[in-house]
Design a protein around this ligand. Structure first.
Ligand SMILES: NC(=O)c1ccc[n+]([C@@H]2O[C@H](COP(=O)([O-])OP(=O)(O)OC[C@H]3O[C@@H](n4cnc5c(N)ncnc54)[C@H](OP(=O)(O)O)[C@@H]3O)[C@@H](O)[C@H]2O)c1
Length: 224
């Protein structure tokens, strides 16, 4: 049994990861800003606990995470929390760009930095990025705020992989597919259960040899 810390677990992919991991008999600490009825229902199951009040853009809140997780032996740290907003070349909306950078790139950096000393040898870090953050795969343009924020997360995740390797901690950058959640307005190519199952499989097979990779949840290696 492994302890999974899931940041951004009250809805969407994070909620489904919580459900699947709990069903598999893992210990799950679901971290979020505010719980939801769906997460409260999961928290009634054995092995699932909830930590609220963690906004990943709030330095002080994230600084409270180590104390909130004291006593947990972290097996996998998942940072799932993210936001998507439109921005195009005629109206890049720099305020939106800064907001997405704060949530999508700095949020995971804050969380992993705060918990780095609580990651034992053999632990894993799973960062939910997006194929939209791939520069090499960009054939459709647009989405400035989201693409730039996820490309920055990819850069951060690669550095984390290098910095944590000697401590025996492996890091994966994972694209969940185009998933039917609130983020996509219910549109997409895959349901959340299929996406979460793929993400769990990718983390199961992650090793120090493969640390720092960028994968689709279906196992395909993605270009940076
Ligand atoms: N769905 C897709 O097709 C898709 C594709 C590629 C990548 N992704 C990535 O996958 C991850 C999960 O996406 P999703 O589809 O599950 O999205 P979602 O349904 O919109 O859920 C987003 C989650 O992030 C949390 N969150 C947002 N801002 C936060 C903050 N400042 N602090 C703490 N939590 C915050 C939300 O909590 P609140 O309820 O408090 O807002 C919610 O739990 C994201 O990183 C997203 O970029 C999704």
């Amino acid at each position: 049994m492994t302890t999974h810390i899931l940041v951004g677990a009250n809805r969407g992919i994070g909620l489904e990861l919580t459900r699947q991991l709990a069903e598999r008999g893992e210990q799950v600490v679901a971290v979020c800003r505010q719980s939801s009825a769906a997460l409260d229902a999961l928290a009634d199951k054995p092995g699932v606990s909830v930590v609220t009040g963690i906004d990943t853009t709030d330095d002080a809140a994230v600084a409270g995470l180590p104390a909130a997780l004291a006593g947990e032996t972290i097996g996998v740290l998942w940072v799932v929390a993210g936001v998507l907003r439109r921005s195009n070349l005629s109206q890049p909306d720099t305020a939106t760009c800064k907001q997405l950078f704060d949530v999508n790139a700095l949020g995971p950096l804050r969380v992993v930095s705060a918990l780095r000393e609580q990651l034992p040898q053999g632990a894993k870090v799973a960062l939910l990025t997006s194929r939209m953050g791939s520069v090499g795969d960009n054939t459709s343009g647009g989405s400035y705020a989201y693409r730039m924020s996820k490309a920055a997360l990819n850069a951060a995740g690669k550095s984390m992989a290098m910095d944590l390797k000697d401590a025996g901690v492996a890091v994966a950058l994972l694209h969940p597919g185009w998933v039917r959640t609130d983020m996509t307005g219910g549109n997409g190519l895959v349901d959340v259960d299929e996406s979460a199952a793929g993400l769990v499989a990718r983390v199961d097979e992650l090793t120090l040899e493969s640390t720092g990779g960028f994968w689709h949840m279906n196992g395909e290696r993605l270009v940076w």
